[in-house]
Ligand binder design. Structure first.
Ligand SMILES: [Fe+2]
Ligand SMILES: [Fe+2]
Length: 315
C-alpha cells in the first residue's frame, strides 16, 4: 500500500495521487450522501412577515441559475471521465447539484418567489477547465457563505425551519469542495506536480479566475436586471451592523467548524483560510484595542459531525 506515516507516529497518511487516496475521497463522498427529496422536505407554512422577508431576498433567481448550471457542468464533465470510481462519484455530485436546483425551484413555487428560469450560458469549450473554474468558485462561495450563513442564522432573518433546510445544502456544498480539492490534488499528482498538495500557484490562478468570473457576472447582472442579482451583494438586509473584521472572523471560524466533521485523512481547502488568517492578524494588529469581533450566539447545526482530529490542509 502506498502509505506514508506521520513523523509524530499518528494515523497513517495516504499518498496523494495513490489509488488509496482516490478510493478514500470517493467512498467518503458516497458514504456522506444525504437521501432526501426536495418535494417532501418539512417546508414550513410562513406568516406574512416571514414570507415578505423571503421574497425580499434578491438572489433566488441567481441561485437557481447557478445550481442548474452546476448540474450541467458536472454532468458534462462526468461524461469525459474514464476512471469508473471517479466517474461514479462525479455523477453523484452532478445529481446533487441538480437536486439543489430542484430544491430552489420547489421553494420558489411554494412561496411565490420571483426567480424565473434563465437559459444556461455556454458551458465552455474545455469542460475540464469549466469544472475546475466551477470547483474553485464553489470553494470561494462556500468560504464567504459560511460567514454569511452564520450571521443570517444568528439574526433569525428567516424562520429556523427554512434555515435548517439551507443548513443541509451548506453541508452538501462543503462535501463538494472537500471532494473537489481531493480530486484536484489527485489529478495534479497524475500530471507530475508535487504529489502532496494542489500547487499554490495553480490554486491562486483559479481563484483569480473565479473572482474575475464573479466580477464579469456582476457587470452583466447589473446590465440585465438593474442590480438585482446575487452579484450585487444586496445582503445588507441581514447584515445589520456589518463589520468586515467580524465577518472574516466568522468565515474563518465557521470554515474550521464545518471542515472538522470530515475525515481527517482527506485534504481540504486551505488557501482562503490561510489568506484570511494573515488578513485577520493584520487587522487585529491594526485595531489592537478593539474588542473581539466574533458575535456570540447560537451556531448553525452541523451535519455529519464526528470527533475532530488532525486535518490535512490542501496547501
Ligand atoms: Fe449546489
Ligand atoms: Fe456544489
Amino acid at each position: 500500500m502506498a502509505i506514508n506515516t506521520r513523523s509524530d507516529g499518528g494515523l497513517p497518511v495516504m499518498k496523494i495521487g495513490s489509488l488509496e487516496h482516490r478510493d478514500a475521497f470517493c467512498s467518503h463522498f458516497a458514504r456522506t450522501y444525504l437521501d432526501y427529496d426536495p418535494e417532501t422536505l418539512p417546508w414550513p407554512v410562513l406568516d406574512e412577515a416571514a414570507l415578505h422577508r423571503l421574497r425580499q431576498v434578491p438572489f433566488w433567481e441567481d441561485v437557481y441559475y447557478f445550481e442548474r448550471r452546476a448540474g450541467a457542468i458536472v454532468a458534462a464533465f462526468t461524461e469525459t471521465v474514464a476512471d469508473p470510481v471517479l466517474k461514479e462519484a462525479l455523477a453523484l455530485q452532478g445529481r446533487e447539484e441538480t437536486r439543489h436546483a430542484n430544491l430552489i425551484r420547489v421553494m420558489v413555487e411554494k412561496y411565490g418567489l420571483d426567480a424565473p428560469e434563465r437559459p444556461i450560458e455556454d458551458l465552455g469549450a474545455d469542460i475540464e477547465t469549466s469544472f475546475k473554474d466551477f470547483g474553485f468558485g464553489e470553494c470561494f462561495d462556500s468560504f464567504v457563505g459560511f460567514g454569511l450563513f452564520k450571521i443570517a442564522w444568528q439574526s433569525e432573518f428567516l424562520p429556523r425551519e427554512i434555515m435548517q433546510i439551507f443548513s443541509m445544502l451548506m453541508y452538501e456544498e462543503t462535501r463538494h469542495i472537500v471532494f473537489f480539492i481531493n480530486w484536484m490534488a489527485y489529478t495534479e499528482a497524475h500530471k507530475g506536480w508535487l504529489a502532496r498538495t494542489v500547487s499554490p500557484l495553480v490554486t491562486l490562478r483559479y481563484y483569480v479566475r473565479a473572482v474575475h468570473n464573479k466580477i464579469s457576472f456582476a457587470r452583466r447582472g447589473q446590465q440585465v436586471d438593474d442590480g438585482k442579482s446575487l452579484a450585487a451583494l444586496q445582503v445588507s438586509m441581514f447584515l445589520d451592523g456589518f463589520n468586515f473584521r467580524r465577518f472574516l472572523e466568522d468565515c474563518y471560524a465557521e470554515n474550521s467548524r464545518r471542515m472538522n466533521v470530515f475525515d481527517p485523512e482527506l485534504l481540504r481547502p486551505s488557501f482562503l483560510p490561510q489568506l484570511t488568517a494573515v488578513a485577520l492578524k493584520a487587522l487585529r494588529l491594526w485595531g489592537r484595542r478593539a474588542e473581539l469581533e466574533t458575535k456570540p450566539g447560537p451556531l448553525p447545526p452541523l451535519y455529519g459531525a464526528q470527533p475532530a482530529a488532525t486535518q490535512r490542509p490542501e496547501g
